[in-house]
Design a protein around this ligand. Structure first.
Ligand code: HSE
Length: 299
């Protein structure tokens, strides 16, 4: 019987919460896994058709094999269908969704030998970004801290919140967006970010949109990354002028996320215009918070 795993997109960092804060969003990838007598077939539908590999190098396949190997079990034949709605390499957690989809599907076939904490550790080892992996697994807003080599994950309840996501048509691999960051930041910037990150968690948990314009400010990663994306500085300004409560790069970019109580379409159109002025097409999603996280079902 096939197993179906559904994993939400995520927006990591949210401005000041670099590498420690992420939010799950209502845009999902689905992995359908069937065990076969032998061989490997991968079908991709939706996002990533023609771009994602359909062989052993596919990230979902690697995650499935990782789980079987971790449990000391031989890898069976695999027939995998990927129904992707999260755009590839967009800053919306597509890699985390692929890794979790594979690990959770394989875990189901092994009668769930691993608890979710171990899935989180394995997924983070493969994907590298717990601020994407943890909210994708648990849903909602999640704080992630590393302590003594372990991940401390703290879900924070947030009231319903609506996000405008705009993705300009530009290549910005996460590796490149990390390589540009300085090894050290000034003490004043560290203090600035610590204060904003704390305020942001408070504001989101209270649904206090009025504090987001300050709470989503960041001096640790965005000042270095925003100039890599044509039209992005103007998109931030356009979003706020159009009524956004706060705006941030989504993960390492190139997508951008703005939160607002209303005027979502207007905010989206304002950002789209700034990218168009630089000759870039862009795509828009208006999304809710996903509170369910990853789910597994058998049809
Ligand atoms: N926190 C990571 C970064 C997220 O900003 O590089 C990557 O999606």
């Amino acid at each position: 019987m096939p197993v179906t795993v559904t994993v939400p997109a995520t927006t990591a960092n949210l401005g000041p919460g670099f590498d420690c804060l992420g939010l799950a969003l209502s845009l999902h990838n689905t992995v359908v896994l069937e065990i076969t007598p032998g061989g490997l077939t991968v079908l991709v539908e939706g996002e990533g058709v023609g771009a994602l590999p359909v062989d052993e190098s596919n990230l979902v396949v690697r995650a499935i094999k990782r789980l079987f190997a971790f449990c000391g079990r031989p890898v069976p034949g695999l027939h995998i269908t990927l129904r992707n709605r999260i755009p590839v390499a967009s800053g919306l957690g597509g890699s985390a969704a692929a890794v979790l989809g594979g690990l959770l599907a394989a875990n189901h076939f092994l009668d769930q030998p691993l608890p979710l904490d171990d899935i989180l550790t394995l997924a983070t080892g493969m994907e590298g970004h717990p601020d994407n992996v943890a909210p994708a697994l648990y849903g909602g807003l999640v704080l992630v801290n590393e302590h003594d080599g372990r991940l401390l994950v703290e879900p924070v309840r947030v009231p319903p919140l609506r996000a405008v996501v705009v993705l300009p048509d530009v290549d910005l691999p996460t590796l490149e967006a990390r390589a540009i960051l300085p090894a050290k930041v000034p003490l004043a910037d560290a203090v600035f970010n610590a204060g904003r990150a704390a305020l942001l968690v408070h504001a989101l948990s209270q649904g206090d949109y009025d504090k987001l314009s300050v709470a989503m400010q960041d001096r640790v990663h965005q000042p270095y990354r925003i100039p890599l994306i044509p039209g992005m500085p103007q998109a931030f300004t356009a979003a706020m002028d159009a009524g956004a409560a706060g705006v941030a790069l989504s993960g390492a970019g190139p997508s951008v996320v703005a939160f607002a109580a209303g005027s979502h379409q207007t905010i989206a159109e304002a950002m789209v215009r700034t990218f168009a002025a630089k000759g870039l097409d862009s795509r828009v999603w208006i999304l809710e918070v996903d509170t369910a996280g990853s789910s597994v079902r058998c049809d």
